[in-house]
Design a protein around this ligand. Structure first.
Ligand code: SF4
Length: 380
C-alpha cells in the first residue's frame, strides 16, 4: 500500500502563525496545475509497485482549487497509480474559500473526507490569528459539507492562544463537538521562527501561553473529548470509532508515500528492503515551475535512511500515535527494544505513563504529556 500527497501552495491570506510553504496569490495557479501533472507523470514507474490507499490534498489552501483542476489532477493520478476503490481521499478546506456548490463538486469528484481548518469558534481569536473566516462561516461550511454528502469530516482547532482562558477554549471545543465531526485535530499554538507571530513575540507585543497553561488545556481536551466518545489515537488527534485519519496513520507507521508540489516530502522503501529513502521538493513555486519546465524533477535533497535511523523514527512515531508494535519492531530491526531499555520501560509502566497490551507499547494520557521526553530517553 502507498499514500499520495499533493501540496497546493496558494492561500488567500497568509495567517500570522503559519510556516507551511504557500504564497498569497493565485496568479500562477494554472501554470502550477500543469506543472503538477507533469511531476506526477515523472513518478509513473512507482505506480506499478503498489496500490494507493490514501490520497491527501494539503497546503496551502487546496480548497482554492477549481473543481475542474482537481478533476485533472485526480485523473492523472488514476492514470499512473492503482487507486483502491476504498481509497481515503482528503482535501483540506479553509471555510472562507468554499460554498455549498464547490463542496458538492468536490464530493462528486470522489473526495470523501474533508479536513476543515476552523482553529477557533471565537471571532476575536480568529481575527488575532488573521484567519479569513468567521465562526459562523465555519459552522456553515460544516453544514454545507454534510449536505454535500461528506460522511467523514475532521475539524482542526488551535489552543493555548495568547491570553486565551480555559473557558474560552472549552467553548470552542463545545461548539466543535456540537457539529458532530468524525475527527478533531487539536494543536497548541506553536510560535514558529520566521513568522509574523515570532517577531511579535520577540518584540514583546504578544506574550505566548505558558507551558503550564498549555498542559492544562491539553489535559482538559483529552478528558472532554474522551467523554464525548472520541478516541485519542495520536498526540493531537481524536476520532470517533472507525474515523482515524488513514493518511496520517500511514505516515506514522512508515508506509510508502509520494508527495507532489513545492515542499512536499516523499518516503519510499522497496519491498523486502529494511532501509529506505526520503526526499523533498524545493519550497519555492518559481523554482518548482522552472525545474518542471526544464524537464527536471523539483527535488531539493534526499537522505538514505539506514536501519537505525528508521528504528529511531519508528519509536518516535509509534509513541506519538497508537503505540509501538514491539513484535513488528523486532522483525523489522532485528533487536528487542525491551532488552535494550528494560529498566526505563518498567518505570514507564509502573509510573502509569505507558501500558503494554499484547505487543503494543502505548503511552497513556499522562504519558502523551511527556511524549517527546519519553521518546528521547527510549532512543538513547
Ligand atoms: S490558510 Fe492554512 S496554509 Fe494558508 S496561511 Fe493560513 S494556516 Fe497557513
Amino acid at each position: 500500500m502507498a499514500s499520495l500527497y499533493c501540496h497546493i501552495p496558494f492561500c488567500e491570506h497568509k495567517c500570522l502563525y503559519c510556516d507551511f510553504y504557500s504564497l498569497e496569490t493565485r496568479t500562477s495557479m494554472q501554470e502550477f496545475v500543469g506543472a503538477l501533472l507533469q511531476e506526477i507523470d515523472g513518478y509513473r514507474e512507482y505506480g506499478v509497485q503498489s496500490t494507493v490507499d490514501t490520497l491527501f490534498f494539503g497546503g496551502g489552501t487546496p480548497s482554492l482549487l477549481d473543481p475542474g483542476d482537481l478533476r485533472a489532477i485526480l485523473e492523472r493520478l488514476q492514470r499512473h497509480f492503482h487507486v483502491s476503490d476504498t481509497c481515503e481521499i482528503t482535501l483540506e478546506v479553509n471555510p472562507g474559500t468554499v460554498g455549498a456548490e464547490k463542496l458538492q463538486a468536490y464530493r462528486a469528484l470522489g473526495v470523501n473526507r474533508l479536513s476543515i481548518g476552523i482553529q477557533s469558534f471565537n471571532d476575536e481569536e480568529l481575527r488575532f490569528l488573521t484567519r479569513i473566516h468567521s465562526s459562523s462561516e465555519a459552522e456553515r461550511a460544516v453544514r454545507d459539507a454534510r449536505e454535500a454528502g461528506f460522511m467523514n469530516l475532521s475539524l482542526d482547532l488551535i489552543y493555548s492562544l495568547p491570553g486565551q482562558t480555559l473557558s474560552a477554549w472549552a467553548e470552542t471545543l463545545r461548539r466543535a463537538v456540537g457539529l458532530r465531526p468524525d475527527h478533531i485535530s487539536a494543536y497548541s499554538l506553536i510560535v514558529e521562527a520566521q513568522t509574523p507571530l515570532f517577531r511579535m513575540v520577540e518584540e514583546g507585543r504578544v506574550i505566548p501561553g505558558s507551558p503550564e497553561d498549555e498542559a492544562s488545556f491539553y489535559e482538559f481536551t483529552m478528558e472532554y473529548l474522551a467523554g464525548e466518545g472520541y478516541e485519542h489515537y495520536e498526540v493531537s488527534s481524536y476520532a470517533r470509532p472507525g474515523f482515524r485519519c488513514r493518511h496520517n496513520s500511514a505516515y506514522w507507521s512508515h508506509e510508502n508515500y509520494l508527495g507532489f508540489g513545492p515542499s512536499a516530502h516523499s518516503f519510499w522503501r522497496d519491498a523486502g528492503r529494511p532501509a529506505g529513502r526520503r526526499w523533498w521538493n524545493i519550497a519555492s513555486l518559481s523554482a518548482y515551475l522552472e525545474r518542471i519546465a526544464a524537464g527536471r524533477m523539483p527535488v531539493a535533497a534526499q537522505e538514505e535512511l539506514g536501519i537505525m535511523s528508521l528504528a529511531n523514527e519508528r519509536i518516535f512515531l509509534g509513541l506519538r500515535s497508537d503505540g509501538l508494535d514491539l513484535h513488528r519492531f523486532e522483525q523489522d530491526f532485528r533487536f528487542r527494544l525491551q532488552e535494550r531499555q528494560p529498566d526505563f520501560i518498567l518505570r514507564l509502566l509502573e509510573g502509569g505513563l505507558a501500558t503494554i497490551n499484547g505487543d503494543i507499547l502505548r503511552l497513556t494520557a499522562k504519558g502523551y504529556l511527556l511524549c517527546d521526553e519519553i521518546a528521547r530517553r527510549l532512543l538513547s
